[in-house]
Every structure is written in structure tokens, then in C-alpha cells.
Design a protein around this ligand. Structure first.
Ligand code: HEC
Ligand code: HEC
Length: 352
């Protein structure tokens, strides 16, 4: 895992005695999950999301441990982390923990219904949604614990949008069924999961049972909604030539899938008209998808998703920016105009 402080390598969790956690007890495993310390007492790096896992119950920790013990043992030694000085020093990590981490437990809110509490437990603990959606300070620690204000993902080029903001990833006004569908299928008529979020659905949420998905949906709907703020500055008369260039590019490269009016094709190509992934600020994910293409998650409910081709070779920064400015301001959409430097800044490389 690339972090701003260097590379962290995830450890072997199979029951191999030497390479894995074969000699660990359930108490050792609980200490890692709850206190962020390894069997030998060494502090673990919070790239292992123990700031969230600390809220997992002892019962769930024991169940996960029992499951891991049943996996075939793999003899593959852990790779040492490659962190930059001074982040490679345990004393720096201990200082970080002293400043930013306290072991804690999930405390149910008796004023809320049981499904909300179940959702709060899952989102705040095992599902560790805040690991990406929570704003961070310069030391990589949560700036506002318990909130999901959106954050640029370090070293990854993706922006994990705010779960409080209806223009970003807020779902307060969505029916529970649509939120459940998004987390199980990876796509609905109005949104698709892309980039790192496609992995969250493919490897995580699609496997949850209906009751847990509904509980998460109820919790997400109840998050305090941010007031929407000023409407984005849309296109003006001065942008006419830029938008005309974008419209020509759209007809040549995009319309065959997304439709002449950005209407998309149900179950195949997302609509771009009325799609907040198109108009969102910052426009980071929009530029990345158009440049590098991608696939929605492969799920049991959507086993062979259609992919979006990459355009990073076919379109230079100016053409890409003109097309995206056009789609952000066509068919009732309203979003800020992008310039060639904007496209250059956000497109990054496919592997990031
Ligand atoms: C590994 C980082 C990561 C984790 C963990 C993560 N997300 Fe996301 N999420 C993202 C990114 C990046 C996006 C933006 C890409 C997209 O819209 O698909 C996103 C988008 C979303 C969206 C917006 C979908 C849309 O297009 O309207 C929702 C809702 C969401 N996430 C909810 C969650 C929930 C709930 C969890 C915990 C179960 C979670 N995320 C965990 C990174 C993450
Ligand atoms: C061959 C068909 C095809 C073409 C051509 C195509 N797309 Fe796509 N596009 C897709 C598919 C399939 C997806 C869903 C991919 C995903 O969710 O990861 C998609 C997703 C997107 C998204 C993300 C929507 C969301 O809700 O997250 C945007 C934005 C987008 N395309 C813009 C464009 C633009 C701009 C062009 C032209 C430069 C273009 N597409 C050309 C098939 C296509």
C-alpha cells in the first residue's frame, strides 16, 4: 500500500507458524484489532485500519480469527515496510498513537433504532468507510472522527467524495432499496461505483446479507446533510467555442455508448445527463475515468459489466478538457469549465 510516508506491506494472515499467525491466540488477534499492536507488542501502522477496527466487538474479532485459522497455511515471509525516515521509527509511531489513537468500543445510541445502530457499527468498524471518506490531517489522522467529509486519496489520484453532501456521495434522499442496490450490484440507474470503490463493492459489500446492507443504508441516510452551498459556476457565453469543440469530440468518441442526449443505456452504459459523478467538484474522478477508462465492480448480480475504454492516447489534454466541459454543461447539467491544465493535473497515470 502506497502512503505519503512510504510503502506498507500487508502481512500474511494464514495460520503458518513462522510466516503467518499460526502461533497467535485469539487474545493476540484481539490486541491487533483493538489496540493496533502485534503479538510481540510492536505498534502497527494505521494503514491496517485499527483506528476503525478498534470498535469491532470481541465476539466478531474471535469469529474472524477462527475463520483465518481455517485457511490453508502459506509459507511466505512478510516483506519489511519501506517507509521514509523518520516514519520507519517505532518511536514516531508511538508518538502518533499517543496523539491520535485511543482504543475504543462501539457504543449504541439508545435513542436510535436497532438497524441504525447496526449500520453505525458496521460503517464505523469493519467496513472502515472513514479510511477513505474521512478527512485527514497532515499526519494521516482523522480530522473529524465520525464524519465522512470526503478526501483526496493520497498516492492514488482518486477523490473519495463526501457522504454528507448530496452533490457528492450523500444518499439522504435516496430510497433504501437504491442504496442497497448500489452496495450489492455496484451500479444503479443513477450512479456507478468506480476505481477504489469498485473494489470495496467487489471484495466487500456485495457479500453482506440483506439485513446488514439495509442497516448500512439506514445509517447513511441519517448522516447529517451539509447545506448544498452555492451552485457551481456553469458555462457562460465566453465558453461557446470551447463547448462547441467539446460537443464535436463527444459526438465522435462518446455518443455511441452514452447516447446523443447523454441518456445512456440501462444496465450497460451510465447516463451522463443528471449524473453527479459528471458535475462534481473536484472533477478528479471524472478526468480519471475519461482518461483511463474502467470497469464497474464484477458482482454476483452483475457478473459481466461493460467497460469504459481509456482515452488517454486518443485525446490530448485540451480535447479531453473540452469534451468534459461540454458534458458538465449539456442536457441540464451544470458544472465548472475545465481547462487543459486541469485535465493534465488530474489525469495521472493508470497505475496510480
Ligand atoms: C478504499 C477507499 C474507499 C473505501 C474503504 C470506501 N469508499 Fe466509497 N468511494 C471511494 C471512492 C474513491 C469513491 C468515488 C468513486 C465512485 O464514485 O465510485 C467512492 C464513492 C462512494 C459513493 C458514491 C457513489 C456514487 O457514484 O454516487 C458512496 C455512496 C460510497 N462511496 C459509500 C461508501 C461506504 C458506505 C463505504 C463503507 C462500506 C465506502 N464507501 C468505503 C473510496 C472508498
Ligand atoms: C464503448 C462504450 C463507451 C464509450 C465509447 C465511452 N464510454 Fe464512458 N462509460 C462506459 C461504461 C461501460 C461506463 C461504466 C464504467 C464504470 O462504471 O467503471 C462508463 C462510464 C463513464 C463515466 C462515469 C459515470 C459514472 O456514473 O461514474 C463517465 C463520466 C464517462 N463514461 C464519460 C465518457 C466520455 C466523456 C466518453 C468519450 C470521451 C466516453 N465515456 C466514452 C462506456 C463507454
Amino acid at each position: 500500500m502506497a502512503t505519503p510516508f512510504g510503502t506498507v506491506y500487508a502481512s500474511n494472515l494464514t495460520p503458518d507458524d513462522d510466516a503467518g499467525i499460526g502461533r497467535w491466540s485469539a487474545d493476540d488477534f484481539w490486541r491487533a484489532m483493538h489496540d493496533g499492536r502485534s503479538k510481540d507488542g510492536r505498534a502497527l501502522y494505521p494503514a491496517f485500519p485499527y483506528p476503525q477496527f478498534t470498535r469491532v466487538t470481541r465476539e466478531d474479532s474471535d469469529a474472524i480469527f477462527a475463520y483465518l485459522r481455517g485457511l490453508p497455511a502459506v509459507r511466505r515471509a512478510n516483506r519489511p515496510h519501506a517507509l521514509r525516515f523518520p516514519y520507519d521509527r517505532q518511536i514516531v509511531l508511538e508518538a502518533w498513537r499517543w496523539l491520535f489513537f485511543r482504543p475504543s468500543a462501539f457504543v449504541a445510541d439508545p435513542a436510535r433504532p436497532a438497524d441504525w445502530n447496526r449500520g453505525a457499527y458496521l460503517v464505523g468498524g469493519l467496513a472502515h468507510c472513514a479510511a477513505c471518506h474521512g478527512a485527514r490531517n497532515a499526519f494521516g489522522a482523522a480530522r473529524a472522527p465520525g464524519r465522512f467529509d470526503g478526501e483526496q486519496m493520497p498516492q492514488q489520484g482518486w477523490y473519495a467524495p463526501s457522504l454528507h453532501d448530496a452533490r457528492q456521495a450523500g444518499v439522504a434522499d435516496w430510497p433504501v432499496e437504491d442504496i442497497v442496490g448500489l452496495l450489492r450490484v455496484g451500479a444503479t440507474a443513477r450512479a456507478g461505483m468506480a476505481g477504489p470503490m469498485a473494489g470495496v463493492v467487489a471484495h466487500g459489500t456485495q457479500h453482506l446479507n440483506d439485513a446488514d446492507l439495509r442497516a448500512i443504508a439506514v445509517f447513511l441516510k441519517g448522516l447529517p446533510a451539509d447545506s448544498p452551498g452555492p451552485a457551481p459556476q456553469g458555462a457562460t457565453d465566453r465558453d461557446a467555442a470551447w463547448l462547441a469543440r467539446g460537443a464535436r469530440g463527444y459526438d465522435a468518441h462518446c455518443a455511441q455508448c452514452h447516447g446523443d442526449e447523454g441518456e445512456g443505456v440501462p444496465q450497460a452504459y451510465p447516463a451522463l445527463a443528471g449524473n453527479r459523478a459528471v458535475t462534481m467538484d473536484p472533477p478528479v474522478n471524472l478526468v480519471r475515468i475519461a482518461a483511463h477508462g474502467g470497469f464497474p465492480p464484477q458482482t454476483a448480480a452483475n457478473p459481466r459489466p461493460f467497460g469504459m475504454p481509456p482515452f488517454t492516447q486518443a485525446l490530448d489534454d485540451a480535447d479531453l478538457a473540452a469534451i468534459l466541459s461540454f458534458v458538465r454543461n449539456a442536457w441540464g447539467n451544470r458544472g465548472s469549465i475545465l481547462s487543459a491544465p486541469d485535465a493534465s493535473r488530474h489525469r495521472g497515470s493508470a497505475g496510480e
